[in-house]
Design a protein around this ligand. Structure first.
Ligand SMILES: CC[C@H](C(=O)O)C(=O)SCCNC(=O)CCNC(=O)[C@H](O)C(C)(C)COP(=O)(O)OP(=O)(O)OC[C@H]1O[C@@H](n2cnc3c(N)ncnc32)[C@H](O)[C@@H]1OP(=O)(O)O
Ligand code: CO
Length: 133
């Protein structure tokens, strides 16, 4: 794992949370992006060499909506940048971790991503992400 690429935070409304995080971080949101496949709208902030990713659900049944229903707003996942996502996925499966998607899938911010089930990572949803060439 190269570094923490971003921390994902589940929020009810980006329209409320973007200005709040701009004040908190004293920096502007540099990108908002819809990821239809994940039923999320995202907003990104640079913080040193890592990022904050705010996530709003774009559907009542989406993963983020369900998370907020169950646990409220808050930290949703930690994303680690990897050199070679397929190799890392293979290595993690061989170490007994459970992948939530068989193949890397398109993420936000020009990445390919894969998620690990939190049941094998002490309750932390982990995302692997790699810059798309
Ligand atoms: C890809 C775009 C963007 C990017 O960075 O590029 C993103 O990050 S998109 C982020 C949103 N997408 C995902 O999170 C995809 C992976 N997540 C999943 O597949 C599900 O959320 C899953 C399987 C983790 C949970 O599924 P579901 O909500 O249907 O099931 P439950 O609510 O019953 O939860 C099962 C079990 O997991 C615990 N849980 C759920 N979410 C989290 C979480 N974020 N962190 C830690 N634990 C989580 C939940 O509490 C249940 O535990 P239990 O002990 O059974 O109550
Ligand atoms: Co993410």
């Amino acid at each position: 794992m190269l570094k923490i690429e971003h921390i994902g935070i589940a929020v009810r409304e980006l329209s409320q949370s973007v200005p709040l995080f701009e004040k908190l971080l004293n920096t502007s949101c540099y990108k908002t992006e819809q990821v239809e496949s994940e039923q999320v709208a995202t907003a990104f902030f640079k913080t040193g060499d890592t990022k904050i990713e705010l996530l709003e659900s774009s559907s009542a049944e989406g993963v983020i909506a369900r998370f907020i229903e169950k646990k409220g707003e808050g930290i949703h996942h930690i994303a680690f940048e990897v050199e070679d996502i397929e190799a890392e996925m293979k290595r993690l499966v061989s170490e007994g971790f459970v992948l939530l998607n068989e193949k890397p899938k398109p993420g936000a911010d020009n990445k390919l991503v894969c998620f690990l089930h939190p049941k094998n990572t002490n309750g932390v949803l982990v995302e692997l992400c790699m810059e798309r060439k």
